[in-house]
Structures are given as C-alpha cells and as structure tokens.
Design a protein around this ligand. Structure first.
Ligand SMILES: Nc1ncnc2c1ncn2[C@@H]1O[C@H](COP(=O)(O)OP(=O)(O)OP(=O)(O)O)[C@@H](O)[C@H]1O
Ligand SMILES: [Mg+2]
Length: 250
C-alpha cells in the first residue's frame, strides 16, 4: 500500500523519566497492513515506545500520530478513538481473572462499542475458533495454559476490530510449542486480516519470514532499520550483527 497514509507516524520522539533519557529521537512509520518488528537489548526503550504510541506515556519531544491523530494533543474523544482501534497484547496476558473467556471477549465490545450481547457472543465464538480454542468459551482464564491465555488475549483485542496491534514480547513467557501457536495467530493477522502491527519480539523466524520491516533500537536510538529480511539475514551495522548473534545463541 505504498503512498497510503501511515497508520502510525513517529517523528523524532524523545522521552525522559526524570534525568533518564529513554528515547533519544526515534522516527519511523507503519503503513497500512505493515508488520514492524522492534528489537533491542533489555532497557533500550521498546516497551516505553509502545506505551507512548498508545498514549499511556507522554512524550517529551517530537510527535506521534495514530490514524492521523496527534496523540500528544488528542482530545479525550480522539484519545478514546485511538485506544478503541488499537489492540495491545503484553507478555503477561492481563485477562480478567474473575470473568469467563467469553466475558473477557465481550465486555469491551458491549460496554464501549454498544454491541448487543448476542452479536458480541457470536463474534467471540468466531474469534475463539479463529485462535483454535472454540471449546474454551465458558472456562476461567486460570484453567488455561499460557499459550491459550495469550490466544484469548489476542482474540479479546480482535473483538474490538482494531486497525493497529501492538505486541510487547507476546511469546517470551511461553514454552516453545505454545510460542508457535501464538506466532501462527499473529502471522494470520498480518497475512489474512492485513492489520498493521508493531511487534516487540526476539523471535527470529517471525522477524525474518513474517515482518516487513525491522528496527533495532539501542540505548534510545535506532541502530539499524530496514526490510526485515535484510536486517535478519544480512545486518549492516556492527551493533545489529552483534545483537542478532546474541539472540541466535540465546
Ligand atoms: N515508569 C517508569 N519510570 C522510570 N523509569 C522507567 C519507567 N518505565 C521504564 N523506565 C526505564 O526506561 C528504560 C526503558 O525501559 P523499557 O521498559 O522501555 O525497556 P525495554 O526495551 O522494553 O526492555 P525489556 O526488553 O527488558 O522489556 C529502562 O531503563 C527502565 O528502567
Ligand atoms: Mg519491554
């Protein structure tokens, strides 16, 4: 979709916590349907950047636009629009423990989008089929495996029909087999639904084979940025070569 307005536009963003400068001038765009992988060592600012995109943290300089709305100067109504159209999936699944899977999936569409219970339930059942656990609608999250919980978390985000998904290390708390199940779901969001996404992950296969663009952050800067297959197969900077070696050997 070359030429289409970006879903996310990040321009020279800086972010400080007290005297700690976490983001030191980050710029990149996410085009419609594009999957951007964000890599980098612990503490380099990946989670902070995602939180800034979603308006959970305020930036100190530069500009972030989501769907053409400037996050920094968005009205409460515009901010709500950004939040409702952006799915955020974390390392820890953050499901509501006192609600069944079905209720986890339907509460936001019903309360925030005003969708009636029957339609919300129908969509939820479809989404559970989609993520491979149709039989789990009526159980509580505590009875699910980690991979199943993460698939519910993704289905819950999808129930809001997002046009942007933010994933913060969605598989790092999972065993290898479960990681694959979750990665397949994320892959299908890209390949079937064409949802734009920023994925913080060190999953090499996903980065190399599914993502369009890869960005390596280091100490608040972008150390390397390029097509995902280039960055993963043929990194240019010494920093990227060293980092990729470290995750391959991990
Ligand atoms: N709310 C906060 N208050 C103060 N410092 C913070 C806060 N959140 C993050 N930081 C600091 O900002 C830096 C970047 O943190 P961030 O969580 O974005 O890193 P990360 O790249 O996601 O790391 P990891 O790979 O370990 O998840 C770290 O030094 C962290 O301690
Ligand atoms: Mg993080």
């Amino acid at each position: 979709m070359q030429g289409a307005a970006p879903v996310v536009k990040i321009e020279n963003v800086t972010k400080r916590y007290g005297s700690l400068e976490v983001l030191k001038g980050i710029s990149f765009d996410v085009a419609p349907g594009e999957a951007v992988v964000l890599l980098g060592p612990s503490g380099c600012g990946k989670s902070t950047l995602l939180r800034c995109v979603n308006g959970l943290e305020k930036i100190n300089g530069g500009k972030i636009s989501v769907g053409g709305i400037d996050v920094g100067s968005a009205s409460p109504k515009e901010m709500l629009r950004i939040r409702l159209s952006t799915g955020f999936v974390f390392q820890q699944f953050n499901l509501f423990p006192h609600m069944t899977v079905l209720d986890n999936l339907t509460i936001a569409p019903r309360k925030l989008l005003g969708i009636d219970r029957r339609e919300a339930n129908e969509t939820a059942h479809d989404l559970l089929k989609r993520v491979g656990i149709p039989e789990k609608a009526n159980v509580y999250p505590s009875t699910l495996s980690g991979g199943q919980r993460q698939r519910v978390a993704i289905a819950r985000a999808l129930a809001m029909k997002p046009n942007l998904m933010l994933f913060d290390e969605p598989t790092s708390a999972l065993d290898p087999e479960m990681r694959e199940e979750v990665l397949n779901v994320i892959r299908s969001l890209k390949e079937v639904d064409n949802i734009a996404m920023i994925v913080v992950t060190h999953e090499i296969g996903f980065g190399r084979d599914v993502a369009d663009h890869a960005i390596l952050m280091d100490s608040g800067h972008i150390a390397e940025s390029g097509s995902a297959s280039d960055v993963f197969r043929n990194p240019q900077s010494e920093r990227a070569k060293k980092f990729l070696k470290s995750i391959i050997n991990a």
